[in-house]
Design a protein around this ligand. Sequence first.
Ligand code: PHE
Length: 372
Amino acid sequence: MNTRLLAILLAFAGAAATTRAQETIKIGEFASMTGEHAGFGQQSHKGTQLAIDEINAAGGVLGRKLELIMEDDQSQAGQAATVVQKLIAQNKVVALLGEVASSKSLEGAPIAQRNKIPMISPASTNAKVTETGDYIFRVCFIDPFQGTVMAKFALSRGWKKIALLTDVKQDYSVGLADSFVKYFTAHGGTIVRDQKYSSGDKEFRAQLTSIKGANPDAVFVPGYYGEVPLIGKQAKLLGLKVPMLGGDGWVDDSLLKVAGDALDGSFISAHFSMEDKNPVVQDFVRKFRARFQGDPNDMAALGYDSAMILAAAIKRAGTTDGAKLRDAIAATKNHPGVTGSITIDAQRNASKPAVIMAIAKGAMKFQETVAP
Ligand code: PHE
């Protein structure tokens, strides 16, 4: 080979290496930035972005910067599938972060699985999400745990007669109600009424009147933050004064803004409390406030943890190859997350504590931590 040709070849090789170093690692995120559950998407996206920026400021991963490509699924049925398809086929993302709402994760997961692109849901607690396949993970606890926590809590207060009010449009709500009932009825509790509504409903008086007639000790409402404050206010107007119990779906700033003091006396299970003295939590709260001029909630904390766990897995895998990255995520152990220590179990779920929050005087207060 003559020297001129060799020089040209070397120049090419050098250029290719630089391009590789400059090429970003593309990560897809799907979230409800607008529409009915915008509160979920906006918070989880902020937490996710904060983590990605922090990783990049520290030099990125494998010598490359992470690029977060976020798609809004508009809180609309069918959109999560469309945007996940796009992120994989067009943007060529190496992994996916999302969604918050279980029904949306259940739309995206089969597509990620089919394409062998690892997906980590920050916040979807419905059991079926990770059952989709071996590329689907989550960094939150699951509803069979959350439902049990709330059933035990009700029993510990001596509440043996519970009425249910479930959102039949949400896999989350239906699954959480099932888990609650299973534990509650197996340990001496009775479901005295089983009422239903659909996401977007504004009128709950018929269901609440029926519930009042059953004279329950408390009402379990495993719904989302949009409907719950209306349910609380209408219950109060009807003179239904018993405590309401809920899950993480109640978490959003707007809940108590709309409800006022109508949900006083209620309790929910959740993932995170800003009152936690753990320095990892306090450090995160400080960074989040400085960046966004507002407080982080559960979704922000989980979004942050999901991105950090993904970045750590890419680093350990030493590659963005789907199968190897999958194995690295599966091997996550004792990750010091904002939402607790995270170990991914054999079912690709995170086993970790829940917090119980109490609502009093129109405000949410930390009550206790419940270990798995
Ligand atoms: N766990 C809920 C679901 O699976 C989503 C959620 C997570 C809501 C955290 C609020 C806080 O649909």
